[in-house]
Write a protein that binds this ligand. Structure first.
Ligand SMILES: [Fe+2]
Length: 485
C-alpha cells in the first residue's frame, strides 16, 4: 500500500470513528421495518396542532378530550431502553369540538426522564431494562416512567405506572405538577395502572409488593377513603385486576416473583404446572375471601367483572398461553423483530359452589374495554383491538365482541395501520349498552401520521363516522381516558 492509499484508508477509518451516536442511531433506525415507527422516538413535546379531517363528520353531541398515555422515548446516544415498557411516558390530548379537533402532547417530567436526559443514556432500570449503576434510586418512584395509563379524578389527570405513585398532570396544559402523594404516610406507595372505577366514581386500585397488596379506595373527589393491606397466596405478576359492584377479583397467574434481581421482569419464573388462582375479596370486608383454581394462562388485561343472580362472577380477559411477549417480545419489538403474541378473548366464570370455568375463544383481542356506566354490572359486549398481520407484533383492527351471539363486529384499518385502544363514550340520553361512540386512534404507517377515529359503537364494521389525521406519527401507546365536555 502506498502512502496516499494508506492515508486515504486512515482518513476513512478516522471518519468512521467520528460518526456521532446520534448519526449511528439514525442509520440504525433507517434499517428498521415500517412498523417500527410504532416504537419510534419522539424527541420533544408536541405543541397543539389542528387535526385534518380526512373522512366523514363528527357526530352531533360528541365533545371532549381523549387523553392517552404511552412510552415515546426509548433511545439516547449513550444507551437505550431495551424493553417497550420502559420508554418515557408521553401524554397526548386529542380534543374534539363541534367543528374541529386538535392534538397536543407532553412528556411527563419524571425523575427518570431527567436522570436519563442528564446522562445522555438510559441509565435508569425499568420493567425490562437493566440500566446502569450510575443511576440514583431512592425509591421505586425514581424509576417511574409514568407511561401506562391515565386517571382523570378530582380535577387532576394522573399519569399511571405499575410500581410507583401517579404523576399529576394539568389536564388543560399537560404540564407535570409532580408526584401525587395522597398523604405523607402513603408517599411512594405503588398504585397500579389499571384502577377500577364504579359508575358513581369511586375508584378501587391495588399496589403490589410481592405477596402483599395495598388496596386503595378513592372517593370520586380523589380523596383517599381507605387503604388496606392484604396478603396474597402468591407473588404473581399483576398488571390488572377487576371488580364487580361488590367484589374485587385478583387473578394470580403462574408468573411468580421468586428472586430479587433487576430488571423487574427477570425476577419472575413461569410455572404453568401451578395453574392460575383467582382471589375474590368482598369490598365491604376485605378479610372475606374465596380462592378459585383455573388452568395456567398469561394475561395483561381483564374486562370489568359482574355477578349474576345466582352469585356466579364473570369477567372477560385477553389471554396468552405463555409470558413470552412480556419477557422477550416486548424487548425484540424495539429492535424491529416481530414478536410472537397469541392473545385472544376468553370468559371466566366463578361459580358459588367453588367451580371455576375458563372458556377461550379464537378471537384475537387486546385492550378490552366496556361501557363505563356498566362497570361491575352485567353486560354482554367487549370492546377490543383485533386483527393480526403476519410478521408484525401489533394489531390493526378494532371491534366489539358480543357474548350473547358469539359474533364480533370488526373493522380492519388495513395493513398500513397499527390500532390503539378504543374507549366507549355514551351518547347523551342513550342508556343502551352500545348507545354511544367508540373513540380511538391508530398509527398510519404509510402516511407516518397518527389518526383519530370515531365509530358508532353499534356499527363498527361500517367504518369510522369521522377520522382526522395529525401532522405527526406518534408511537403506539397503551391506555387512555375520555373526559367529556
Ligand atoms: Fe395495561
Amino acid at each position: 500500500m502506498d502512502r496516499r492509499a494508506f492515508l486515504t484508508a486512515a482518513a476513512a477509518a478516522g471518519l468512521a470513528q467520528v460518526v456521532t451516536p446520534e448519526q449511528a442511531f439514525a442509520r440504525a433506525a433507517a434499517s428498521q421495518p415500517a412498523w417500527s415507527l410504532a416504537v419510534g422516538d419522539v424527541m420533544g413535546d408536541i405543541p397543539r396542532q389542528s387535526l385534518r379531517r380526512i373522512h366523514g363528520k363528527p357526530p352531533a353531541g360528541l365533545a371532549g378530550t381523549l387523553y392517552r398515555n404511552g412510552p415515546a422515548r426509548f433511545r439516547r446516544p449513550g444507551g437505550d431502553a431495551t424493553h417497550w415498557f420502559d420508554g418515557d411516558g408521553l401524554v397526548r390530548a386529542f380534543r374534539i369540538g363541534p367543528d374541529d379537533a386538535s392534538l397536543e402532547a407532553k412528556f411527563v417530567d419524571t425523575f427518570k426522564r431527567r436522570q436519563d436526559a442528564a446522562a445522555r443514556a438510559v441509565i435508569t432500570p425499568g420493567f425490562g431494562t437493566l440500566g446502569s449503576d450510575r443511576a440514583v434510586i431512592g425509591s421505586a418512584d425514581d424509576t417511574n416512567a409514568a407511561n401506562t395509563a391515565l386517571l382523570p379524578i378530582g380535577g387532576e389527570l394522573l399519569a399511571l405506572w405499575e410500581a410507583g405513585s401517579p404523576y399529576s398532570v394539568d389536564p388543560a396544559t399537560l404540564e407535570t405538577r409532580g408526584l401525587k402523594t395522597f398523604s405523607p404516610e402513603l408517599a411512594h406507595m405503588p398504585f397500579l395502572a389499571h384502577p377500577r372505577i364504579e359508575p358513581g366514581g369511586r375508584v378501587w386500585n391495588l399496589g403490589l409488593a410481592g405477596r402483599r397488596a395495598i388496596v386503595w379506595t378513592l372517593a370520586p373527589s380523589g380523596a383517599v377513603e381507605r387503604t388496606t393491606l392484604v396478603d396474597l397466596p402468591r407473588a404473581s405478576f399483576i398488571h390488572d385486576f377487576t371488580a364487580t359492584d361488590r367484589h374485587l377479583v385478583i387473578v394470580l397467574q403462574p408468573l411468580i416473583q421468586d428472586r430479587m434481581v433487576l430488571p423487574f421482569v427477570d425476577a419472575f419464573s413461569w410455572r404453568p404446572e401451578e395453574g392460575t388462582q383467582v382471589l375474590v375479596l368482598d369490598k365491604d370486608d376485605l378479610s372475606r375471601r374465596r380462592l378459585y383454581d383455573l388452568p395456567a394462562f398469561f394475561f395483561f388485561h381483564l374486562g370489568d367483572a359482574w355477578a349474576e343472580a345466582d352469585g356466579t362472577v364473570r369477567f372477560d380477559a385477553c389471554l396468552d398461553s405463555t409470558p413470552d411477549f412480556a419477557v422477550h417480545g416486548a424487548r425484540d419489538i424495539l429492535t424491529g423483530k416481530p414478536a410472537p403474541n397469541g392473545v385472544s378473548l376468553a370468559m371466566v366464570a366463578l361459580h358459588p359452589d367453588g367451580r371455576a370455568e375458563l372458556n377461550r375463544t379464537p378471537l384475537t383481542a387486546e385492550f378490552p374495554r366496556a361501557d363505563p356506566r356498566r362497570a361491575g354490572l352485567s353486560r354482554s359486549k367487549t370492546i377490543i383491538n383485533s386483527v393480526r398481520t403476519q410478521g408484525r407484533p401489533l394489531l390493526r383492527g378494532v371491534g366489539v365482541s358480543d357474548w350473547r351471539t358469539g359474533k364480533a363486529d370488526l373493522f380492519d384499518y388495513g395493513p398500513d395501520h397499527c390500532a390503539e385502544e378504543l374507549l366507549f363514550v355514551p351518547r347523551p340520553g342513550d342508556g343502551n349498552e352500545l348507545g354511544g361512540w367508540l373513540v380511538g386512534t391508530s398509527l398510519n404507517l404509510k402516511a407516518r401520521a397518527t389518526e383519530l377515529h370515531v365509530f358508532d359503537a353499534a356499527h363498527v364494521s361500517d367504518g369510522p363516522l369521522c377520522s382526522w389525521r395529525a401532522e405527526v406519527g406518534l408511537p403506539v401507546g397503551f391506555h387512555g381516558a375520555w373526559v367529556g365536555g
